[in-house]
Design a protein around this ligand. Structure first.
Ligand code: IMP
Length: 452
């Protein structure tokens, strides 16, 4: 009864959607277990591009059950938009199942995310402003609204009232502070106030009556999809089927093990699949880590191999490194094997998929960080747990020959130039896990299976 977890091995955007889509061929069920619409994945099939934020990548297969697990935070408006988009494209969403226990991102979560980031100013995390952190905070505070609450208007109203009250206070305070800052900066505060700004109270988006009505109607539309999704996973696994647990974001954005506080508010690592889907550790048979052939990061936070030079710029251009969710330009740098080895162990990976190898074409010699050096000159062979050390660590590289050939039509390992093969072998050897899949372009066919 194979359970396969797919996790991001870097800072996200590694191309997990494409790999999930490929591996889903062998699965009966695909389950998202954490995160929300901060994620974004693009799948290109037969030249057609599909973008998802919440719906599991397996949705393009009509015979497979796609599950949004209890660990996900779900913005119903966004989900319904995705469902409508898929229907318009002629894709059947009848097999989509949503955990009744998943938490809802409410309008006030989105407002609080934006207000919180604005308040942090230079210290901001660079969140996607989709309400992820405030929603998970409410879940932990036991003030969350869950998918099942959409089906009972009375409960929904009571819960929204209870959740909203403390937020109104917080939003009011933030709005007063912002007004003060604007006044100090000489802005015309009266004009700004008349513009129904984010966080200013009263805000029509925070009207309880309107919010309840809107969410009851979402409930009606989502009801056919709402289910006890943990049980669906057990049934699939117990009957010998394969379940893919699809992680969003990535290891270094993990709330506990990532570069805190510059992380997301959930646990994208493999261990979280059990909690976020409702299965046991023994249900997990295989863990796949997905890494780009270089590294990228969106938002703030440490990134030891970041390149702020022409090569970094070329990675952005050749790799089209702009976020699916926010359109932000991604920071780019060389492959960081210190961080990757950390991710391999943390997730106890069995296999790696290396994506976007084609992007390294023509960049000259290829580099991969093999250790860091601390500010004091100490050699750091492993990923430092101390934030200040990581912030000031400088990478030391192994340099390998590069390649100039266009590899986007390669379909076998032997088709790849020797330099590309050597680069992959170096990665696998360094982190101690085989590279089983290589991406050489966005289309699902632009993939090479290794060693099989
Ligand atoms: P949040 O998840 O919106 O709270 O954002 C927290 C951090 O995680 C920010 O640095 C985001 O840029 C980053 N982040 C969240 N989701 C993704 C993703 O899917 N890919 C890459 N970065 C992400």
């Amino acid at each position: 009864m194979p359970g396969v977890v797919i996790v991001g091995a870097q800072w996200g955007d590694e191309g997990k959607g494409k790999i999930t889509d490929l591996l889903a061929d062998r699965a009966g069920m695909i389950v998202r277990f954490q995160g929300g619409n901060n994620a974004g994945h693009t799948i290109v099939r037969e030249g057609r591009e599909y973008k998802f934020h919440l719906i599991p990548s397996g949705i393009l297969y009509s015979q497979k059950t796609c599950v949004i697990g209890n660990g996900v935070v779900l913005d119903p408006r966004v989900l319904l938009g995705e469902i409508d988009g898929l229907k318009r494209a002629g894709i059947d969403v009848g097999n989509l199942r949503i955990s009744a226990n998943a938490h809802l991102i409410m309008p006030y979560h989105v407002l609080l995310d934006t207000a919180g980031e604005t308040k942090l100013g230079k210290l901001s995390i660079g969140t996607t402003r989709r309400g992820i952190g405030p929603c998970y905070a409410d879940k932990a505070l036991r003030l969350g609204i869950r998918v099942q609450d959409l089906l009972d208007e009375k409960i929904l109203r009571t819960k929204i009232r209870a959740a909203l009250e403390p937020k109104q206070q917080a939003l009011r305070e933030l709005s007063v502070q912002r007004r003060k800052l604007r006044k100090e900066a000489g802005e015309d505060v009266a004009k700004a106030e008349s513009e129904a700004e984010l966080g200013d109270i009263p805000d029509p988006r925070l009207d309880v009556h309107g919010m309840v009505e809107e969410h009851v109607s979402y409930g009606h539309r989502l009801e056919p999809h709402i289910a006890d999704t943990a049980r669906l996973c057990w049934d699939e696994l117990d009957s010998g089927g394969t379940v893919i647990f699809e992680g969003a974001q990535a290891t270094l954005l993990d709330l506990d093990h990532g570069t805190y506080p510059f992380v997301t508010s959930s646990n994208p690592i493999a261990g979280a699949a059990c909690v976020g889907a409702g299965v046991g550790p023994a249900d997990i048979d295989e863990v796949w880590g997905i890494a780009k052939a270089y590294a990228t990061r969106v938002g703030a936070g440490p990134f030891p191999t970041e390149l702020e030079d022409e090569i970094g710029e070329r990675m952005v251009e050749q790799g089209h490194e702009f976020g699916t969710t926010t359109g932000r330009r991604r920071r780019c740098g060389w492959m960081d094997l210190v961080a990757l080895r950390y991710a391999v162990r943390l997730n106890r990976m069995d296999a790696l998929a290396i994506t976007k190898l084609d992007v390294l074409r023509g960049l000259g010699p290829l580099r991969a960080a093999v250790r860091y050096r601390s500010k004091e000159g100490a050699v750091l062979d492993s990923f430092p747990y101390h934030q200040s050390i990581l912030h000031s660590a400088t990478p030391e590289y192994e340099e390998l020959p590069g390649f100039d050939e266009d590899i986007s039509d390669c379909r076998e390992e032997a088709d790849l130039p020797a330099a590309a093969r050597d680069f992959l072998a170096f990665i696998a050897d360094f982190v101690g896990v085989p590279v089983r899949l290589v991406g050489v372009g966005p289309d699902r066919d632009q993939t090479i299976w290794l060693g099989s």
